[in-house]
Design a protein around this ligand. Structure first.
Ligand code: PMP
Length: 443
C-alpha cells in the first residue's frame, strides 16, 4: 500500500497524473504545457495524494458506521438509541442562560480569555474538593482539566505508549478508547468480563505472560455493559498493578449517574500508591458540548501531560470551564444531577417494561444500576448486524456489539442508550426493534 501511495505521489509531483473528485486519478492529458488557464483547471492539489487514507486512525468499518449513525440520529424521523449523550431536556440550557445573563459581563477575562494549560484554578479546586468527598486524596496540583476525556485517553496513550506496546482493555469496552490506542500504534489485548466486571483472575494470567504498558478499565457502570467491578476485584486489580508496576487508566464518566441510594466510589479511592490515573468528564452529567473533563493523577504525571497538552491546544475551552465553575460556585450542580439521575432511571424502567412486552422471548439483559446503557444479548442465533439492518427500515438505530470487542466477538449483542431519546421515542424505538426481531424470527 505504501509503495503504491509513494508511486502515486511521485507521478503527481511530476505532473503526470491528476485526481478528480468523484472520478478518481487519471493520466494528465497536457502535462507538459503550462496553459494560460493552468490555474483555472480542476486539478486536485498534488499533496492530497500524499494524505494517508485515515484507515490507520479508523481501520474499523464499524467505527465509521458509528459516525454515520450519529448523523442519522440527527434526522428527525429516525429514532436513535445509539448515542451516549444527555437528552435535549437534560442539557442545562436554562441554567447556563441565567449564568451568562447574570455573570458573564463581569467575568470577561476568565470566561473568554486564555487560561492556564492545567485549567482554571478555581475549577480545579472545586473538582479536587469533590474528589476528596468521594474518598480520593487529591489536591489541586493533581488535577488537569482536559478538552473531553477523549483528550485524556489520547494524552495518556502518547505519554505511556510506544508503537507496538500492549494495552489491556476489557472485552467488551468503550470503542473510542480502542480506536485511540490503535491509532497510537498500540496493540490492544482483551481480558474477558462477567457480571462483576473485569475477570481480574484472567488479567493476572495475562500479566504473568506479557508486559503491557497500561490497563484501561471502566470499573463503574461500564460502557457498554453497565456492570460495576466488585470490591474484591478492585482490591485485586490494584494489587496486580502494584506487583507488576503497570499503571491503570480508570475511565469514569458515568459513576455520578447512579440509581441506587449510594454513589459508588472510584477505584482511585483505594489507590494508595498512585498507580491509578483517573479520568472523568462533564459530558454525561452536564453537556458534551462544553468539552470539559479532568484527570486526577500524581503530580509528575500532571506536569508532564500539561506539556503535551500545551502543544495541542494551549488550554481547554475557557468558556466551558467558566460555566462549570459557576455551576459549582452557585451550588447548582448537585440539584441538576439529582434531576438527571431521576430522569434516566425513569427512562431505564420504561425501556425495560417496553422490552418485556414487545420483544420475543430468549433475549438476555443485565439491568444496570446506573449510567446510560442497556446491554442486550439477542435470542437464539439472531445477529445484531442483521437486526440493525432490519431495524433501520423501521427508522430506529442502535450500536451493535462487535466494535466494542477486540476479540472479534459480540455478534449477538447490542447497546441501547436510554439517556438521549425522549420517553415517547424510547417506547416507539424499542417497539420497532421488537417488530424487527419478530420479523427476523418468522423468516
Ligand atoms: N469514555 C467513555 C467510557 C465514554 O463513554 C465516553 C463518551 N461516549 C468518553 C470517554 C468520551 O467522553 P468525552 O466527551 O469527555 O470526550
Amino acid at each position: 500500500r505504501t509503495t503504491i501511495m509513494n508511486a502515486y505521489n511521485e507521478l503527481a509531483s511530476e505532473g503526470l497524473i491528476e485526481g478528480h473528485v468523484g472520478r478518481g486519478t487519471l493520466v494528465k492529458r497536457t502535462y507538459f504545457h503550462a496553459h494560460d488557464d493552468e490555474y483555472m483547471n480542476d486539478e486536485m492539489p498534488s499533496w492530497l495524494f500524499g494524505l494517508a487514507s485515515g484507515e490507520e486512525v479508523l481501520p474499523d468499518p464499524d467505527a465509521r458506521l458509528l459516525s454515520d449513525l450519529s448523523e442519522l440520529g440527527g434526522q428527525r424521523e429516525i429514532i436513535s438509541l445509539a448515542q451516549a449523550t444527555p437528552s435535549s431536556t437534560m442539557l442545562p440550557a436554562e441554567l447556563i442562560h441565567t449564568l451568562m445573563n447574570d455573570d458573564l459581563l463581569a467575568d470577561r477575562q476568565s470566561a473568554l480569555g486564555y487560561c492556564p494549560v492545567e485549567g482554571s484554578l478555581p475549577l480545579r479546586h472545586h473538582i479536587a474538593a469533590q474528589m476528596r468527598q468521594r474518598g480520593v486524596s487529591v489536591d489541586v496540583q493533581n488535577i488537569l482539566i482536559l478538552s473531553g476525556s477523549t483528550q485524556g485517553i489520547g494524552l495518556i496513550g502518547r505519554f505511556l505508549l510506544q508503537p507496538g506496546d500492549e494495552v489491556v482493555v476489557e472485552v467488551p469496552t468503550y470503542l473510542g478508547a480502542i480506536q485511540t490506542f490503535r491509532a497510537l500504534g498500540a496493540r490492544v489485548i482483551g481480558v474477558p468480563t462477567d457480571h462483576e466486571g473485569m475477570r481480574v483472575d484472567l488479567l493476572e494470567s495475562i500479566l504473568a505472560r506479557r508486559q503491557p504498558r497500561l490497563i484501561y478499565t471502566l470499573p463503574t457502570f461500564q460502557n457498554p455493559t453497565g456492570t460495576v467491578l466488585s470490591p474484591e476485584r478492585r482490591r485485586r486489580l490494584l494489587l496486580l498493578s502494584k506487583r507488576y508496576q503497570i499503571p491503570i487508566l480508570e475511565d469514569d464518566p458515568y459513576s455520578e449517574l447512579y440509581f441506587g441510594s449510594e454513589r459508588p466510589q472510584p477505584l482511585k479511592a483505594l489507590d494508595k500508591h498512585g498507580h491509578v490515573l483517573y479520568l472523568s468528564t462533564f459530558s454525561k452529567i452536564l453537556a458534551p458540548g462544553l468539552r470539559v473533563a479532568w484527570l486526577a493523577a500524581p503530580e509528575p504525571v500532571i506536569e508532564r501531560l500539561s506539556l503535551h497538552k500545551q502543544v495541542f491546544d494551549l488550554n481547554t475551552n475557557a468558556l466551558g470551564q467558566w460555566i462549570v465553575n459557576k455551576l459549582y460556585e452557585h451550588d447548582l450542580l448537585s440539584t441538576h444531577l439529582s434531576h438527571v439521575r431521576q430522569n434516566y432511571q425513569q427512562k431505564l424502567l420504561l425501556m425495560l417494561q417496553t422490552i418485556e412486552r414487545s420483544w420475543p422471548t430468549g433475549y438476555r439483559i443485565s439491568i444496570p444500576a446506573g449510567g446510560m446503557h442497556l446491554w442486550c444479548r439477542l435470542p437464539g442465533e439472531m445477529r445484531a448486524r442483521t437486526l440493525l439492518r432490519e431495524a433501520a427500515q423501521e427508522q430506529v438505530v442502535f450500536i451493535i456489539g462487535e466494535p466494542f470487542h477486540v476479540d472479534g466477538g459480540g455478534h449477538q449483542y447490542l447497546r441501547l442508550s436510554f439517556a438521549s431519546p425522549t420517553e415517547e421515542q424510547l417506547v416507539t424505538g424499542i417497539e420497532r426493534i421488537g417488530k424487527a426481531m419478530h420479523r427476523l424470527q418468522s423468516r
